[in-house]
Design a protein around this ligand. Structure first.
Ligand code: ATP
Length: 206
């Protein structure tokens, strides 16, 4: 199994890249999606969160009120770490299970983790390959404003809050430039997939 940490700035094109890699045969693990799964109704995770923060964090239908919980932990480091102490181990455990299943099914799998803040959290050593999607700040800004409907100021602030592209490139094993058209991205992702398959000792499907 080859593990790949996929990262890049906000709006750089990580989702577009991971979708293409999934179509080519990679197993994609999205930590944000797993973090939602471990607190779905009926899970021990949700029970632990409700016990810690009160039933006020549950909606009438029994699901977690993420916005409400977000307001409680926002700007309160002690509460945020209490929440993380519940959720992070469950996410780690679930990802461990997923990895064991993948390894069992195919030893030469390419597993791609979508980790937006990989560099900010210094997680580069946890993966066999760090794959960085690179887009200039101008491109990021244009996408966030035109395609996500963000204000220019909000988009600029979010870009500035992340590590600069240079810091991401410094730890990259493979870089995908994504300042161009989606057609160029298709071609580059296919090249990268061939590289990842070779590193995983895997024969690509014809
Ligand atoms: P976030 O960090 O916010 O999750 P992301 O890195 O996953 O962002 P995407 O969602 O893949 O970024 O891309 C941001 C937006 O830009 C999307 O609307 C996407 O379709 C578009 N986009 C990405 N790459 C290109 C491209 N090469 N040409 C045109 N549009 C693109």
């Amino acid at each position: 199994m080859l593990t790949v940490g996929l990262t890049g700035g906000i709006g750089s094109g990580k989702s577009e890249v991971s979708r293409r890699l999934r179509e080519l045969g990679a197993v994609i693990i999205d930590a944000d999606a797993v973090a939602r799964e471990v607190v779905e109704p009926g899970t021990p995770g949700l029970a632990a969160v409700a016990e810690k923060f009160g039933d006020g964090v549950l909606r009438a239908d029994g699901t977690l009120d993420r916005e409400g919980l977000g307001r409680i932990v926002f700007n309160d480091p002690a509460k945020l770490s209490a929440l993380n102490a519940i959720v992070h181990p469950l996410v780690g455990e679930r990802i461990g299970q997923m990895m064991a299943e993948v390894e069992h099914d195919s030893a030469d799998a390419v597993v791609v983790y979508d980790v937006p803040l990989l560099v900010e959290n210094n997680l580069q050593d946890g993966y066999d390959v760090v794959l960085v999607v690179a887009a200039s700040a101008e491109t990021q800004l244009r996408r966030l404003v035109e395609q996500r409907g963000m204000s220019r100021e909000d988009a600029q602030a979010r870009i500035a809050a992340q590590a600069p592209l240079s810091a991401k490139l410094a730890v990259a094993d493979i870089v995908i430039d994504n300042d161009g058209e989606l057609a160029s991205l298709d071609a580059r992702v296919r090249e990268v997939w061939a590289d990842l398959c070779a590193r995983a000792g895997r024969t690509m499907a014809p």
